[in-house]
Design a protein around this ligand. Sequence first.
Ligand code: 26V
Length: 854
Amino acid sequence: MHSKNRISDPRIEELLTVVQSRTSLSAHSIKQGILEHLIYSLGRSPHEAPKQAYYKALAFAIRDRLQHRWINTVQNYLKGVRLKKDVKVVCYFSAEFMIGPQLENSLINLGIEPEVRKAVADLGKDLDELIALEAEPGLGNGGLGRLAACYLDSLATLERPAIGYGIRYEFGIFDQHIRDGWQVEMTDKWLRGGNPWEIAKPEVAYYVGFGGHSESYRDNRGDIRMRWIPDRMVKGVAFDTPVPGYRVNTCNTLRLWSAEACESFDFQAFNTGDYYQAVEEKVISETLTKVLYPNDEPEAGKKLRLSQQYFFVSCSLQDMLHLLDITGQAITEFPDRFAAQLNDTHPAIAVAELMRLLIDERLLSWDDAWQITCRTFSYTNHTLMPEALEAWSLALFQDLLPRHLEIIYEINRHFLDEVRQRYPGDDERIAKLSLFDETNLRHLRMAHLACVGSHSINGVAELHTELLQTSILKEFYELWPVRFNNKTNGVSPRRFMVLANPDLTELITETIGPQWITRTDQLQKLEAYAEDPNFRQRWLAVKHDNKVRLAGYIQKQIGISLDPSWLFDIQIKRIHEYKRQHLNLLYILTLYCRLKRNPTLKLPPQAFIFAGKAAPNYAMAKSIIKFIHAVAETINHDPEINCLLRVVFIPNFNVQKSQIIYPAADLSEQISLAGTEASGTGNMKFALNGALTIGTLDGANIEIRERVGAENFFDFGHQAFEVQRLKREGYSPSSYIENDQQLAEIFHLLDTGHFTHGDREILLPLLDNIRSIDPYMVLADYADYISCHERICSLWQDQDKWTSMSILNTARSGCFSSDRAIREYCDQIWKVGPVPIKLPPENADRPLVEHDQR
Ligand code: 26V
């Protein structure tokens, strides 16, 4: 009880006894906490409680230990604002947050894993088993949602005030099952067992309108104003999840909105006697936040998606205005207190909603409101794919958000007036810049709305930002070059190294000290050990153990055995034609044919591991999954082949699984067609864990190659500018097959149903698409991809060299930490500095770390 010595104030003494049983980080107190929660929160006897109950009790006990940090963090921010200290809060608007499991992350950040392991063992349980029981909140599709989660982690670790605003989907990304090699989707009932990490705040609720019409009226100054009369209202209720930083007291908030029916509205219908209509309204309202939509499915549930986007954006902006009000600040302060980041265009409707709140509800002038709006928002673009750019049909938009449409017309009028002044008579440019696409059955372009209403526009890797400026946002770049900037993505070293790869973490920490965890540039110190035989041996041993762990998992879950001494060649990401999992398959099939022709061929044994989900209505992507399984089945069952090649598809890829897979990779496949992958973030997770990359010069691959050195990176394929030229000049995929015997043989085998039990139909649409259109130029990059793999195979023979290269990949990838990215966002866009959180004496248990980690 070392804190007792410090404290003499009796009032604090009293508080201390109240809170200390729930704040102490000792093993004894944690054990006590678990037992208390088992009995009093969950109503179970410790003797009969199932493991699931132990998991939950443990989660509650750990949440208790975050609680005072969380409360103090919020109080500190508000206090700072009240005292007119320039506290500014980052509001990260994102339709997706793929936060992954929370328990182990909290233990790592608090630095109490050893104590908790002991507490749990004292209760006769195994910590790893309890950790494995946590249902993963899969509230995102892939890279974009995981990026948002990494950014929240870094914001808290860097002690920056931040709120993540999003949607509490009742069903996250679907669970992927595989039946007969095909993907089958099942609903993700992640809330089934309750969610111990969230706290419902029923008193933090806002009303959001839909539909109806707008009308004009005279305000008490006699000025004409507009108001919106919606015909439906939905209530948004806040659910908060703590976001603890690493070894700091800062604990920020992820605030997700859940839709509920409004009581008062039901009542109205009830009065008119239409009880069933009222119940129906209730059901419709509560449908709003039911399910996450795949972002790569262009036609899915249009109307509901726009409703979801507007719903969470409106709740979040109302919440921000409320925070401003309770701290007694003027509306003009808004952009100095909040920096709101639009994570892609999903929240772009925020531009119109903030305008509406300021003009219609706070009665500001247009010009004042517009200034506040543009100073508040900044926009990150995450894709160049034309079919991915969000555009809403005006009919739908008008029906759902009539008042917003009026406001957007007005924004467009002001904007195009400015453009006309700059470029008189340039109607073509006007049409390109307009918020409305007049050619495409009149659509509202959300990327344009985001650009016009933001003071900063960024891409997520250097090439991507450059391509934004020269292609899809070219005219905006010409108009406002200073608004454009690049922020190359980053990933959390806590989640993807410390948590995912504890053995590597230990080896690195033992070698260069622990500071690298928050200062990843220090990983550079490992360079000095790249040629050290002893260190290399230990590095290799860690990789080997990680491969044993993955092989064990695969054996248990899928029943395929893998030899950890083989080369583990891994491609894990959403299944998409542009990511070209089928190019990877063509390499595997090439090896297959070569081995069949020459069974004594010298080849390093290779395990090919795939994982990833396909959007439920994306037929080609689903065929690619079937294709992988067809090849896997043939190869894995062929005794002539399976001694050198094996192919595995790990179903239901998620954050939890990714943590087992990244650390076990020797080779990372990053093979998208150049100019299509905005950044990629898996590429960074692999490199940080010491995998070598085979990759195209696309997205952040280019920067990874630059950093780790071209000699430690395997690049291949056409570059983005060559892809553009090829397309211009007329790309003919069939000629590649005609001129390459190996390709011809592969396609012949596929056509005869060699891998599909003689079925010549099931893969035909995919094969025909490659032969006739090949939209992502798989065939144009095939030859170079094969020869690149051949170089890799020969390098693999030299394990010392390989291991040195692996060490250098980790040592030089430090800049791909999300801490680096967040520092750039904070310094260059948000202008948000650190606000260290001090705990009051009654809450001080012990400092989380001795040294300064900032
Ligand atoms: C892609 C597509 C492909 C065509 C069909 C419709 C469609 C719709 C959406 C998308 C992707 C949307 C945005 C997105 O998720 N981008 C990803 O963001 C990551 C984080 O910045 C980045 O690493 C990935 O490269 C990028 O694809």
